[in-house]
Design a protein around this ligand. Structure first.
Ligand code: NAD
Length: 435
């Protein structure tokens, strides 16, 4: 069990002037957890238990590459906590994956699943690889070998992976097939985010972006008494989440004026044609040289003049150097962990409203839950039902967080963490510690 005094024992004011030191995702995740834990009056016995993952699996995945050579990839599956149900969380293929990153993502997943009241614990997986440089065959071989290596810890009632950065429904289809071949039986619900033709749920691909849209829409209606019509929005990251969030906000009359990927972005003050930019991105794998706008850097996107900033790329993109220059009054965290604790404090002092990741991007895992339920039932819903149920869950989660923020006079992240950590701590308390 972890030492309860580290890193949780450190206070924000001790860290505030050392941005490099706190710009570590795992430490940041612990910081946000610890901040609410200390104020909630929960039994300190559970602090170390909840701040460390239950299981960290590291695997080596040898893959025969197209040129005949063997390359060994490192992968992880981290299971943070399962007090509320089976472990659940995405799988990331990315060059920057490391053990600490996956541990942080698994912890965030525990809080997120509790916040939207899903009967799951939290987990995350990752493989260190440059996915864009792998051929389709190499990607399939890597996925299958990784699945075989983590077989002992996954299963429809044990741990259920889903897509994340660098993975998609095809990767889930290979995982499903590998699991089914190795166990000798079909187990549709061992992964979610599968293609619809293999028992996936309709509406899963757009779900995270749609959830982002529902949360922002609800926030505007409930607290500002207005619609999204005419609001200027900048979106960092134009993958599965960023694209669908942009598309759906555009449909509601908002103007998406800036989008980006890891190579840079596009700015157009009259609004970007999202369908056309999406097609260009799919065909070229990046937005570079997209003709209908001015090229900008990611820093310029984050600090451009807009009403709403949506980081939808990866963790730590809003740090203490960027935060003072952000002009948006609302930040919606579509990515996991995009804001460092120090940047979060700066934004708070600047009066910026931050709709936190564990609330804003919970639409993906919510429809994953619907998919899991449909697979277990062998009864599949239509798109209208998926969207209506998703909206109900996201609105309920926002309303609960909003009420908590009002009641405790605190920011949305503190409110969301207080609710989520409280639910997990209560489940741990009821179950007790075995043996
Ligand atoms: P994706 O791989 O489909 O797209 C990622 C996008 O971000 C790409 O456009 C990529 O070029 C860009 N990007 C990567 N690094 C960047 C950087 N340093 N600066 C700017 N852009 C960068 O991934 P995704 O599924 O859209 O996930 C995006 C984020 O949303 C991640 O933080 C992920 O954990 C989170 N998320 C995803 C889901 C989901 O259902 N896919 C659910 C919840 C949260």
């Amino acid at each position: 069990m972890a030492d309860a005094s580290q890193p949780n024992g450190r206070r924000f004011d001790q860290l505030a002037h050392k941005p490099d030191e706190i710009n570590k995702f795992w430490r940041n995740a612990n910081f946000f957890f610890d901040r609410v834990y200390q104020t909630m009056g929960l039994d300190p016995l559970y602090r170390a238990y909840l701040s460390s993952p239950k299981r960290v699996l590291t695997v080596s995945c040898p893959v025969r590459m197209d040129n005949g050579s063997i390359q060994v990839f490192t992968g992880y599956r981290v299971q943070h906590n399962n007090a509320r149900g089976p472990f659940k969380g995405g799988l990331r293929f990315d060059t920057e994956v490391d053990r600490d990153e996956v541990m942080a993502l698994a912890m965030l997943q525990t809080w997120k699943n509790a916040l939207v009241e899903l009967p799951y614990g939290g987990a995350k997986g990752g493989v260190v690889c440059d996915v864009k440089k792998l051929s389709l065959n190499e990607k399939e071989a890597l996925t299958r070998r990784y699945t075989a290596e983590i077989m002992p810890v996954i299963g429809p009632f044990d741990d259920i992976p889903a897509p994340d950065l660098g993975t998609d429904s095809q990767v889930m289809a290979w995982m499903l097939d590998t699991y089914s071949m190795m166990t000798g039986r079909q187990a549709l619900s061992v992964v979610t985010g599968k293609p619809v033709a293999l028992g996936g749920s309709c509406g899963r691909e757009e779900a995270t972006g749609r959830g982002v849209m529902y949360v922002l829409k609800r926030f505007m209606e409930v607290t500002q008494h207005r619609s999204l019509e005419g609001m200027k929005i900048a979106v960092q990251g134009f993958g599965q989440v960023g694209f669908h969030a942009s598309r759906l906000l555009d449909e509601l009359g908002a103007q998406v004026i800036a989008i980006s990927d890891k190579f840079g972005g596009i700015f157009n003050e009259n609004g970007i044609d999202i369908e056309s930019a999406g097609q260009y991105y799919r065909e070229n794998g990046q937005l570079t040289d997209y003709p209908e706008g001015d090229a900008i850097s990611n820093e310029e996107l984050l600090t451009c003049e807009c009403d709403v900033l949506i980081p939808a790329a990866r963790e730590n993109t809003i740090d203490s150097t960027i935060a003072p220059h952000i002009q948006a009054k609302i930040v919606v965290e579509a990515a996991n962990g995009p804001t460092t604790p120090e940047a979060d404090q700066i934004l708070c002092e600047q009066g910026v409203t931050v709709l936190p990741d564990i609330l804003a991007n919970a639409g993906g895992v919510t429809v994953s839950y619907f998919e899991w339920v449909q697979g277990l039932d062998n009864y599949f819903w239509d798109l209208d039902r998926v969207r209506a149920e998703l909206q109900r869950v996201m609105n309920r989660a926002f309303d609960t967080v909003n009420a908590k923020a009002d009641e405790s006079d605190c920011d949305y992240r503190t409110a969301a963490y207080t609710i989520a950590v409280g639910r997990v701590a209560e489940a741990v308390r009821l179950k007790g510690i075995f043996p």
